[in-house]
Design a protein around this ligand. Structure first.
Ligand code: 9MR
Length: 842
């Protein structure tokens, strides 16, 4: 909620008659400039693309280029200054110019006709001066602009400023988020068998009573809370409570404690059935280069973006930034990264990887037709079709043969300048440019192309082969250019995505190439990498810039012949233990608790859950699955703000994520983001103007606002929805552990073929009466002639069924069957995950 301090405003209006009193009152009024002292970097100051302001000795300084014609050819400014009609303001700053120069300082309307409310022409010197001016605002405006116009000089010069201040007018809005009832729950609900915990915000220090009530308001369980003291991530005194022992399904339960009643929630086994689908459907409407069909996404139809149709200037033949290369590439397609129209290989890489890895975890869980996309019905799982849309783009970013740095991947392609909101993709008029190749992008291409090569093999051998060729080429190119880093200053018109340590990307790419090919070069590289044995499990989690964890997770879970495989698997369990310890200590059940939250903290929370979920897959220990379920509670409402960060999930959920096309908050004719869209979430650094204005001094969990302009706390991105898709797929997996052991041996192999023997052992106490065994091949293997069972195969997924005579397996007994298979390429490791009658064998 926001409110204005109207009383002070009225007082200021009364004294506005006397000039002296006015200036005095304005001087004492509230400060309207954010970061005018440059103590926290340059944000939210912006500039034209021809200058790069930076903080030097506590001042903002910039080299102003020579050879521009007009004052407005070079601008440094700040937006969103509220003006109140009739109010008098004091505007002041300190500035230097080397050599001395006359500049222009304006307070103005931020759009055509650029009405100026104050226009000053400071004569600036090398040693510097303080300047002060007053003016009375003729209009009320929420978003005036201060602009230092510094262009028009034939010669280059240097400008510095400090202590920029605009005082007077209304008190800045005091932002008080509406956090609803003080009892915090997962608003979607709880799984019947899962842990069920809630957090109570209270002044009480002694334990409190709690009651669980059903939809008829009958108390069905009660207990006492556990006081947890003051939580650093929220600054709140909190208690936790645990109603896990209540398992009856139903809708609209509530919890009452300390006189407060939580928002309603369900207890249901199918709680997460829809979320993976929605989280994955997100990608279709992020697609570039294709019309979004209203028939598939009612309310979200839009023309194709960036297919070279005016006013678009891309992406069918995109040149490099000046001086970077002499060719153009067809880089149409792919997904827009986030709320901007940029396409970045490093971020596309982890995103497409996590989709493919969700699929690789359980190939049978993803079906053709699941996502209602144009490719639905083509006989392949939709998740692979969606991944391919991005992978094709990543392939297109590779430097062509015969060109300098051939085989590397361009780091990114995006607009020359930042655009405003809203702006639908097909209406973006900016020139598009390829940015220099980077080692990080090249290794992202190597990793995802190697992974795609094995996953697409059963469906499209030519596409698989194209990926493997590209992956090998990228690997060789990265080895030849191991330290081509993206420029951290290359952040105009698109994100920089810079990363000066790519040893982790090397490890991840080598891991994928090894799994897919089994070749010694990659195996040796993996074994020699410091990331293979080091502690890669950062408290803060993994992300686009920290990818060693991806390599480790892949080597642990995807069948391969690594000699120290057992240790690798154990290391994932150790990582999970670390996150479990963080979670246990956190009264909101978060497996993430740094003193300051990172940009996109929700994705780091989810990535830590990926590690914990993988430990469950590796060990079957219930505590890991329980921890993933509890971690998801935070994302869906058990948090300091009492809100869900997934659009459409929970009574109060993020819906105004920063986006140029889901800009409903700015234009009611446009939609909100689709159901299943994750917000980046709390970010202690609050880099955007809205957050800086409203959230100063926020405790980590409160550094968030569901406002479209808050790009640093509330954006949506392809790499944040990917762990949401992964974790929710895990949560939707209802298969339980089954008492069976399967040994699979390929005991005869010859070029292109093999014979396998499969032994199923009943390790439980009850007889199995009729069985169906399911597993997946690593890549393009195909099962053929079978004995002692029937076999069917769909893509990589093989289903074996008992014959009439061997359907019964008594406790402790085994049945054996076998088959001949073909293996067109690559290694042929034994499958490791088997489902017997739907349960996963231990
Ligand atoms: O997700 C990125 C985050 O890790 C970085 O700290 C931040 C600043 O470099 O950039 C984020 O990525 C943004 C990208 O630069 C441009 N598209 C939107 C991304 C999400 O906000």
């Amino acid at each position: 909620m926001t409110r204005c301090r109207a009383a002070l405003l009225a007082l200021l209006t009364m004294v506005a008659l006397s000039p002296a009193a006015t200036a005095h009152a304005a001087d004492e009024g509230p400060e309207q400039i954010v970061n005018g002292t440059f103590d926290s970097g340059t944000a939210p100051w912006w500039s034209t693309a021809n200058v790069t302001p930076a903080v030097q000795d506590g001042r903002l300084c910039a080299d102003i280029p020579g050879g521009t014609a007009n004052p407005w050819d070079v601008i440094i400014g700040q937006n969103d200054l509220p003006l109140v009609e009739g109010e008098t303001y004091a505007f002041g700053f300190f500035a230097t110019a080397t050599p001395a120069k006359v500049g222009r300082a304006l307070i103005q309307l931020p759009v055509d006709p650029w009405t100026q409310y104050l226009s000053a022409a400071p004569e600036m010197s090398v040693s510097g001066n303080d300047y002060s001016y007053t003016f009375t605002a003729p209009v009320s405006l929420p978003n005036a602009q201060v602009a230092f116009q510094l262009g028009g000089s034939a010669e280059p010069w240097r400008f510095c400023m400090d202590d920029v201040s605009l005082r007077g007018g209304a008190e800045p809005e005091v932002y008080e988020p509406d956090t609803g009832p003080r009892v915090r729950v997962n608003m979607l609900g709880y799984l019947p068998s899962g842990p069920k915990k809630a957090t109570v915000v209270t002044a009480a220090t002694a334990a409190l009573d709690w009651e669980l009530k059903n939809a008829d308001n009958e108390t069905v369980a009660k207990g006492r809370t556990t006081p947890r003291g003051v939580d650093a991530s929220s600054g709140q005194n909190v208690h936790t409570l645990d109603f896990s022992s209540y398992r009856r399904t139903g809708e609209s339960y509530t919890i009452t404690a300390d006189g407060e009643t939580s928002r309603p929630f369900d207890i249901a086994a199918d709680l997460y059935d829809q979320l993976p689908t929605d989280a994955l459907k997100f990608y279709y409407t992020q697609r570039s280069g294709i019309e979004i069909l209203g028939s598939l996404r009612p309310g979200y139809a839009r023309p194709a973006g960036h297919l070279g149709v005016a006013p678009n200037q891309g992406d069918v033949s995109v040149p490099c930034q000046p001086g970077v290369c002499d060719y153009s590439l067809d880089v149409r397609g792919g997904w827009y990264d986030a709320g901007d129209h940029g396409k970045y290989v490093v971020n596309g890489g982890i995103s497409v990887h996590q989709l493919m890895s969700a699929y690789e975890r359980d190939r049978a869980a993803f079906k053709d037709g699941q996502l209602a996309i144009p490719e639905s019905g083509n006989g392949r799982p939709d998740i692979l079709d969606e991944a391919r849309w991005e992978q094709e783009f990543l392939l297109s970013m590779q430097v062509p043969d015969g060109k300098p740095l051939a085989g590397m991947a361009h780091h990114k392609i995006h607009d020359r300048n930042w655009t405003g909101l809203p702006l639908l993709p097909h209406l973006d008029p900016q020139p598009r440019e390829l940015h220099p190749p980077s080692t990080a992008a090249t290794l992202n291409l190597a990793a995802t192309a190697a992974q795609a090569a094995r996953l697409f093999a059963p469906y499209d051998a030519a596409f698989a082969a194209r990926n493997l060729t590209a992956a090998r080429k990228a690997w060789a190119a990265a080895k030849a250019e191991p330290a081509r880093y993206a420029d951290p200053a290359d952040g105009t018109g698109g994100g920089a995505y810079n990363d000066a340590d790519v040893s982790d990307e090397f490890y991840w790419a080598a891991a994928e190439l090894y799994i897919t090919t089994g070749e010694k070069e990659f195996k040796d590289f993996v074994l020699a990498s410091p990331h293979h044995t080091g502690d890669v499990w950062r408290d803060r989690g993994f992300d686009w810039g920290n990818t060693a964890q991806l390599g480790r997770l892949e080597l642990a879970t995807v069948p391969n012949g690594l000699p120290d495989r057992a240790r690798v698997r154990q290391s994932v369990v150790e990582g999970a233990e670390k996150y479990l310890a963080i979670q246990r200590a956190h009264p909101y059940g978060l497996p993430y608790n740094p003193p300051d939250y990172d940009w996109g903290s929700n994705n780091l929370v989810l990535n830590n859950l990926v590690v914990v979920a993988t430990a469950y897959d590796l060990t079957g220990q219930e505590k890991y699955r329980a921890a993933v379920r509890e971690g998801m509670d935070y994302i869906l409402g058990r948090n300091a703000l009492n809100q869900s960060y997934v659009t459409g999930y929970g009574e109060v959920a993020s819906k105004n994520q920063h986006s140029r096309w889901y800009a409903h908050q700015l234009d009611p004719a446009l939609p909100n983001p689709p159901r299943g869209t994750l917000s980046g979430g709390p970010n202690s650094a609050i880099q955007d103007p809205i957050a800086q204005r409203l959230l100063q001094g926020c405790k980590p969990q409160f550094c968030y606002i569901d406002h479209i302009e808050s790009w640093s706390t509330n954006e949506l991105t392809i790499n944040w929805n990917s762990p949401l898709a992964w974790v929710s797929s895990f949560l939707a997996d209802r298969s339980e552990r089954a008492d069976c052991r399967v040994s699979y041996t390929a005991h005869g192999t010859w070029p292109g073929g093999f014979t396998a023997q499969v032994v199923i052992e009943n390790t439980g106490k009850h007889a199995v009466d009729g069985w169906t065994l399911r597993w997946s091949f690593l890549s393009g293997q195909q099962a053929g002639h079978v004995w002692s069972a029937t076999l069917s195969q769909s893509g990589p997924v093989v289903t074996a069924k008992a014959l009439s005579w061997n359907g019964k397996i008594k406790p402790g007994q085994k049945v054996t069957f076998g088959f001949n298979g073909t293996n067109p390429s690559g290694p042929n490791p034994a499958p490791e995950v088997f489902h017997l009658n739907g349960g996963r064998c231990r």
